[in-house]
Design a binder for this molecule. Structure first.
Ligand code: GDP
Length: 465
């Protein structure tokens, strides 16, 4: 029998209310020991599910804070067990006192994600839904949360179930035909086999292709601002952040280290984890060692970033340092920002810069970092580049690296099944690949997940969820 656990379900610190959740077979008994109803005629043990009760909690015989208890009877609760949620005044003091009282009454502190894990074990949700819970909690933008919510509502589970059903029908047919050749099982036509396999492979391909954009919406993207000193990187950072985060000065070399700032990019729903780097320039052999180290870090950030905004100064011709930056951006998710358009207009300087930079960037955007109106075209270009512009937040989406890797395995197995037919192998060869795909999909949904996989999923959860 499982233990009775408790944990703070709201974030620690000052706040209106704090909620402590208790779950397990002894939840009613434990709470009964520490909670006195305001109305002496009421009994905790008799409280029905989906009802509330007002009272106080006690710690070592002393009456503590006013408390509201919300009751959920098994199996109609988040975990599927008896659950009681206790609300007290926010801030740490009363919530910690309540937890201490519950421990003294016999409840154990919950581990990370233990409530959700119990929900999984009691069949209240699937593994993909448990992962969606985690994504909803950590999503910062509304679009990202919508994406995670559609997974919680089962959009992904339904899409995968559709693939599984199609493969199951195919596999059953193939098995019957291969294992009982003497029976009159109608042969699966190769055209039918190929059509079904292609269709399911395409569905997996769509899910896989949408993963990157979905992850950007849920988790944000590391974005590096790169450019020679004085091209306007700090000004652009301030435009994105909406306030003066970085020191903007006309002296070359002002930004010496990598600054970090998280901003929501306009209305795109994308959180940029911005790194404004030291201006990259050749400091020479006898240059400033601190600045040189800053520049080294800038190049490193360029390699790691999910988005590069390389800034160039339209008011001056591009020089060798600019071109070095451009070359390093090739093949990366990089946009060229041609800044100080107010000084240069869209004349010759613009055309020349555009021609020189075009081979290295996914898009080139002229703007005036000093002018807030410049933000909108930049937002559009970023959403386009990262693939979030066309993403339907209500559609089925993979929402963890674990799910992605299982989906890729299933897709590869189906591609191999198709190849086997193209290469003239028999239907049994396709059958083997289809089984591989089915196993990978069962891992994805969690039907076939090992204890180690489940442990890994829950290791990233916070306590209280
Ligand atoms: P950083 O060294 O690349 O971070 O450049 P800063 O953001 O410190 O900008 C250098 C100088 O260029 C400052 O005097 C800014 O005010 C100026 N500047 C930045 N963006 C623009 C712009 O769009 N138009 C004009 N006219 N000046 C700008």
């Amino acid at each position: 029998m499982s233990s009775t656990i408790c944990a703070l379900a709201t974030p620690p610190g000052a706040g209106g209310i704090a909620v402590v959740r208790v779950s397990g077979p002894e939840a009613y008994a434990v709470v009964g020991e520490i909670f006195t109803p305001r109305n002496p005629a009421k009994r905790i043990a008799e409280a029905k599910g989906y009802t509330a009760m007002l009272g106080h909690y006690h710690l070592r015989g002393e009456e503590m804070d006013e408390t509201i208890a919300l009751f959920f009877r098994a199996p109609h609760s988040y975990t599927g067990e008896d659950v009681i949620e206790l609300s007290v005044h926010g801030g740490n003091a009363m919530a910690q006192g309540l937890l201490e009282a519950l421990y003294l009454a016999g409840a154990a502190p919950a581990g990370p994600g233990e409530f959700t894990r119990r929900a999984l074990e009691n069949g209240r949700m699937s593994l993909t839904q448990a992962e969606a819970v985690m994504e909803i909690i950590s999503a910062e933008g509304r679009q990202g949360a919508a994406l995670a919510k559609s997974a919680l509502d089962g959009a992904l589970a339904r899409r995968i179930a559709g693939i599984q059903a199609a493969l199951q029908t195919l596999a059953a047919h193939l098995t019957a035909w291969i294992d009982y050749p003497e029976e009159d099982v109608p042969e699966v036509s190769q055209a039918e086999l190929i059509a079904t396999l292609s269709e399911q492979r395409d569905t997996l391909d769509q899910l896989i292709a949408g993963y990157g954009a979905g992850a950007v919406l849920r988790r944000g993207v590391d974005c590096v601002l790169l450019g020679r000193p004085n091209v306007g990187k700090s000004t652009l950072l301030n435009l994105l952040a909406g306030f003066d985060r970085a020191i903007v000065t006309p002296i070359a070399g002002t930004t010496r280290d990598v600054l970090e700032q998280a901003v929501m990019l306009g209305d795109t729903g994308i959180r940029l984890n911005l790194f404004d780097t030291a201006g990259v320039r050749d400091v020479g052999e006898h240059g400033d060692a601190v600045e040189a180290e800053g520049i080294r870090r800038s190049w490193k950030k360029l390699e790691e970033a999910g988005l590069v905004l390389a800034v160039f100064d339209l008011a001056a011709p591009l020089n060798e340092e600019d071109l070095e930056i451009a070359r390093r951006c090739q093949g990366r998710p990089a946009l060229a920002i041609l800044n100080k358009q107010d000084l240069a207009g869209q004349g010759e300087a613009f055309t020349a810069a555009q021609q020189q930079l075009a081979p290295y960037f996914k898009a080139i955007i002229p703007l005036t970092a000093r002018d807030a109106a410049s933000l909108q075209p930049l937002c559009q270009a970023v959403a386009q580049l990262l693939g979030t512009a066309n993403l339907d937040p209500n559609a089925a989406a993979l929402c963890s690296a674990r799910q992605l890797s299982a989906a890729k395995e299933a897709r590869d197995a189906l591609a191999e099944a198709l190849n086997s037919q193209e290469d003239g192998f028999g239907l049994d060869a396709a059958g083997v690949c289809i089984s591989d795909a089915q196993r990978a999909l069962a891992r994805l949904t969690g039907e076939d997940a090992t204890e180690a996989t489940i442990d890994e999923v829950f290791s990233t959860f916070c306590v209280g969820k």
